[in-house]
Design a protein around this ligand. Structure first.
Ligand code: SF4
Length: 177
């Protein structure tokens, strides 16, 4: 029997489960645009470094962390590991890998590109590669990610990156002087 053009919504249980990953997959497809947003946002955060210092990074942590969690949970299914790798991993969050692999896929990726553990879920590393190749910083995916520091879980990656960058900039200024 020929396949009908019309398929009722939720016709397939697999399609229904795949809908759980819809936003996450959209983010990977739009990695290039999100990279631009991320670059602009990190520049704004860095400009605000004197303000964060004035308020106190510790005091700013909670509200910034809540905002970060809302945005990134929606777009990337972020698990708030506190050491974000999205800009290196094609906007595909590696913490969604059931094995929490931070440096590429395991050997169990299925022929259709899905996960060995969760057969309905596209492998986050297959997605990461595809997303990264659309990004300006496409080489970043080759960087070796350090092991996850679980003591940072639930903290703001945005503030951490900002304060690290600010420290690097002031060290560079100190060297020039
Ligand atoms: S790498 Fe960490 S901070 Fe970045 S989206 Fe994934 S869980 Fe969130």
């Amino acid at each position: 029997m020929p396949k009908a053009a019309y398929q009722p919504a939720k016709f397939s249980p697999i399609a229904r489960r795949r809908s759980l990953y819809t936003v996450r997959l959209w983010s990977v497809r739009h990695a290039k645009s999100l990279e631009m947003v991320y670059t602009a946002l990190s520049a704004v955060f860095l400009k605000l470094h004197p303000f964060w210092e004035f308020v106190g990074y510790k005091r700013a942590e909670k509200p910034v962390m809540i905002a970060e969690k809302i945005v990134k949970s929606f777009l990337f299914d972020c698990r708030m590991c506190g050491q974000c790798a999205l800009s290196d991993t094609g906007m595909s969050c590696p913490m969604n890998c059931p094995k929490s692999l931070r440096n590429g896929p395991c050997g169990g990726v299925r022929p259709n590109g899905n996960c060995e553990v969760e057969p309905d879920m596209p492998c986050v590393w297959v997605e990461a590669w595809e997303g990264s190749q659309t990004m300006k910083s496409s080489e970043n995916i080759l960087r070796v990610q350090p092991p996850v520091d679980h003591s940072l879980k639930g903290t703001s990656s945005w503030l951490r990156v900002t304060s690290d960058e600010a420290a690097k900039n002031s060290a560079a200024v100190g060297e020039i002087k």
